[in-house]
Design a protein around this ligand. Structure first.
Ligand SMILES: [Zn+2]
Length: 295
């Protein structure tokens, strides 16, 4: 049974230690996080076209970048994803039986509107200008409101309705909630040659010989990560590497891996990870059923 330990966790960044597992499981988990965890993302945008008379001025719906590009940028804005409120359109209790074009209700789509007028000095249209039609809690998160969409000068305006739906990263990257995703085998550092390792300690970096203790082994995950970085000063290609000559060596812990990832802000790291486990479990259950049927 895989054992999981949380090494560090914030809303957007998470680092986990997984024990009693192997590379293939870690890779399955990585791929599931990237391409199977559902997420809300803007999938269609209806631009209002024409001119508007306002304040004795004429405003036209043009801008410096084409509508297609605006739509593409909107698709990448992190839309807050609430799994207890929204369904996939093909599984929506209200819409599942309708033809595809007729689908879309309060439980399977989120609609944002946006109207912005340009100014003499230029006005940025940002993710913060997207207004959710409904509850305020589903507005774009404060820290993402500054994401730029386009810029408008005097006489230019933009007006659109953008609809977000649930999807998966395997269909389009806009539905992928994670980024900066990697896993590495957990390592320990062994002090082999005390006098030669002094070359590293004399550089006054973070890790010192004291961290290795009596056993001359360093196992703390954060400290080992730091040490690996610092060993670049004495690693291959440096003048010091000749003398340092493997005074400290790194060894892998069998079956232990460190997984780290970030989310785009559409959901917390914990939600994304829990969902990935759920999705993976579903796949294995299906596989089990298939095996049971044929064996
Ligand atoms: Zn629906």
């Amino acid at each position: 049974m895989v054992k999981i330990e949380v090494l560090s966790e914030t809303e957007e960044r998470m680092k986990l230690l997984l024990k009693e597992t192997d590379r293939s499981f870690m890779n399955a988990l990585r791929r599931t996080l990237l391409s199977e965890v559902p997420k809300m993302a803007i999938d269609s945008v209806r631009f209002q076209l024409g001119t508007k008379e306002q304040d004795d001025e004429t405003w036209e719906t043009t801008g410096p970048i084409p509508d297609e590009m605006v739509a593409q940028r909107l698709a990448m804005v992190p839309i807050p994803t609430k799994f207890d409120r929204f369904h996939f359109q093909n599984l929506c209790p209200n819409c599942a039986n309708l033809v595809e074009d007729d689908r879309g209700c309060l439980e399977c789509q989120m609609i944002y509107t946006c109207v912005v007028f340009g100014t003499e000095e230029g006005t940025w249209v940002t993710a913060g200008d997207l207004k959710y039609l409904g509850e305020e809690s589903l507005e774009i998160g404060d820290e993402y409101k500054k994401i730029p969409i386009t810029k408008l000068m005097k006489g230019q305006m933009i007006e659109f309705y953008a609809t977000a739906v649930m999807g998966r990263g395997k269909d389009h990257v806009k539905w992928s909630p994670v980024c900066g995703l990697s896993f590495n085998p957990r390592k320990k550092a062994i002090l082999k040659n005390k006098s030669k390792a002094k070359i590293l300690w004399d550089m006054n970096l973070t890790i010192t010989s004291k961290d290795f203790g009596k056993e001359k082994i360093l196992e703390d995950v954060e400290k080992v990560t730091k040490l690996i970085e610092e060993m670049n000063h004495v690693g291959a290609g440096t003048e010091e590497s000749r003398e340092f000559n493997d005074a400290i060596v790194l060894e892998e812990f069998p079956g232990e891996f460190i997984l780290s990832f970030e989310t785009d802000g559409s959901m917390s790291t914990r939600v994304a990870f829990t969902k990935a486990i759920e999705e993976l479990k579903k796949k294995f259950d299906l596989l089990n059923e298939d095996f049971a049927a044929v064996l």
